[in-house]
Design a protein around this ligand. Structure first.
Ligand SMILES: NC(=O)c1ccc[n+]([C@@H]2O[C@H](COP(=O)([O-])OP(=O)(O)OC[C@H]3O[C@@H](n4cnc5c(N)ncnc54)[C@H](OP(=O)(O)O)[C@@H]3O)[C@@H](O)[C@H]2O)c1
Length: 329
């Protein structure tokens, strides 16, 4: 306890504006999807959060269902916030989301106004907060009119329960429609949260252009492909990895021999650049100015320390970029 944040916490982080909004986010933000639930060690979660804030990571990303069990990441975060960050609320951007299955029955999933409003109320209670800074619709709902879901985000913002609205996992054209509806309602969309990494590149086929045209920020999640784009899987699946944990979302089947070969080749380029593979994978995303912040995970303070060093990356040469493309083909 008795945490005193580092006094130089703003000296090394870069802050980037989210689209055409007034909000700047740290180049690296921290997500609490894994490693912050009741199945995890609270003191480790606390150490990661403290280290993040000490290094200027002002944005923590949650969702109603993070854990396991669902809701427990918000509970643990609420506890740590109260213990350690109570005096620093105004230096933090805290986000939550609803859109995936959270409770039984027809009102605990997808995109109805009923679900979003009730879920945020539950999230606020778990975290002990009066408001979140960003509230996202977590995934598109094919069966609820987009107008209803967006009007729920607008309502939540007008109620003061969130300051900004965001969308996540929306394909390009649906994102464009959602952004337009939100603008018409008077609650501009702050940011889109898509999956994006060297291994998952669908956003390059239209979404990034839409976001730029509309003046909306972009915060890629799983930028390290859940750990694949690090030195973790160079020699297979280690016991202390997400792929080896029963509740991890990275499945053993995804760590194929071909993947490992690609990771090894990428690692050689990273070594040539004098950095770790994680640092290179993060710098590769941040080279695009349309990317506001990159949303990483970490299971230890050491991993976070490693990832933070991506901010010291030198620019990529065209030869390096070509060599990376060749490996990813
Ligand atoms: N909107 C959505 O639908 C959605 C979906 C998924 C995630 N997200 C958000 O995005 C956040 C990040 O996702 P993610 O956790 O999948 O991100 P990630 O950064 O791709 O993966 C994080 C994992 O990679 C490993 N790792 C991280 N840094 C490392 C390093 N420097 N060296 C070696 N290994 C390292 C750790 O795995 P080990 O645990 O194996 O050590 C860590 O848990 C989530 O917390 C959440 O906030 C959003």
């Amino acid at each position: 306890m008795n945490y005193q944040p580092a006094t130089d916490r703003y000296s090394n982080m870069q802050y980037r504006r989210s689209g055409k909004s007034g909000i700047q986010l740290p180049a690296l933000s921290l997500g609490l999807w894994h490693n912050f639930g009741h199945v995890d060690v609270l003191e480790n979660s606390r150490a990661i959060l403290r280290l993040a804030f000490d290094n200027g990571v002002t944005h923590f990303d949650l969702a109603n269902n993070y854990g396991p069990p669902p809701g427990s990441a918000e509970e643990n975060f609420g506890k740590i916030l109260k213990d350690d960050f109570a005096g620093y609320r105004d230096e933090l951007i805290i986000s939550s989301k609803a859109g995936y299955t959270m409770w039984e029955g027809p009102y605990g999933d997808w995109g109805s106004k009923k679900y979003l409003v009730a879920s945020l109320d539950q999230s606020l209670k778990r975290m002990g907060l009066e408001y979140v800074d960003i509230f996202y619709h977590h995934r598109p709902d094919p069966n609820t009119p987009l107008e209803e879901t967006m009007s729920a985000l607008d309502l939540i913002v007008r109620q003061g329960k969130a300051l900004y609205a965001g969308i996540s996992n929306y394909p390009a054209e649906e994102a464009r429609k959602a952004i337009k509806i939100l603008r018409q309602l008077g609650t501009p969309c702050l940011i889109h949260q898509p999956k994006y990494s060297m291994f998952v590149r669908w956003v390059e086929e239209g979404l990034l252009d839409v976001l730029e045209e509309e003046g909306v920020g972009c915060i890629p999640f799983s930028p390290l492909a859940q750990g694949l784009l690090t030195n973790k899987y160079l020699k297979g699946i280690p016991a202390d990895s997400r792929a080896a944990k029963p509740h991890g979302f990275l499945k053993e089947e995804e760590v194929t021999p071909q993947r490992i070969q690609q990771i090894q080749s990428l690692n050689q380029i990273a070594i040539g650049r004098g950095q770790s593979l994680a640092q290179m994978a993060l710098a590769w995303l941040l080279k695009d100015p349309r990317v506001t912040s990159v949303l990483i995970g970490a299971s230890s303070p050491a991993q976070l320390t490693d990832s933070l060093q991506c901010l010291k990356s030198k620019p990529f040469t065209s030869d390096e970029l070509e060599a990376i493309e060749k490996i990813l083909k």
